[in-house]
Design a protein around this ligand. Structure first.
Ligand SMILES: [Zn+2]
Length: 97
């Protein structure tokens, strides 16, 4: 099944061919960048830097774009682990007392 991909260079959505090669251009297709040479250069350098496999990054991009279901967001009102809890009302010290 063909999957819509997100280009990490230009943030565009594209549909690579099933063979994962562009026959007219004689270029291999990628799940992380479109056929634009600028995108290819940028994304290749980025992936070399972060050292995460293409397939994993492509999955993250699809998820962030909402192509794999609704985008998950952190629940509001919940403190991150390791943070101090909010002070209760009236517990704060003031200079007046
Ligand atoms: Zn692109």
């Amino acid at each position: 099944m063909r999957q819509i991909c997100i280009c990490l260079g230009c943030a565009g959505q594209y549909l690579p061919p099933e063979s994962m090669t562009y026959p007219s251009l004689d270029l291999p297709a990628s799940p992380v960048h479109c056929a634009n040479p600028v995108c290819k250069t940028t994304v290749t350098a980025s992936l070399r830097y972060i050292q995460v496999p293409e397939e994993t990054v492509a999955k993250w991009a699809r998820r962030a774009a909402g192509l794999d279901g609704p985008v998950r967001r952190p629940r509001p009102g919940r403190a991150a682990r390791g943070r101090r809890a909010k002070a209760s009302p009236g517990s704060g010290r003031t200079k007046l007392l």
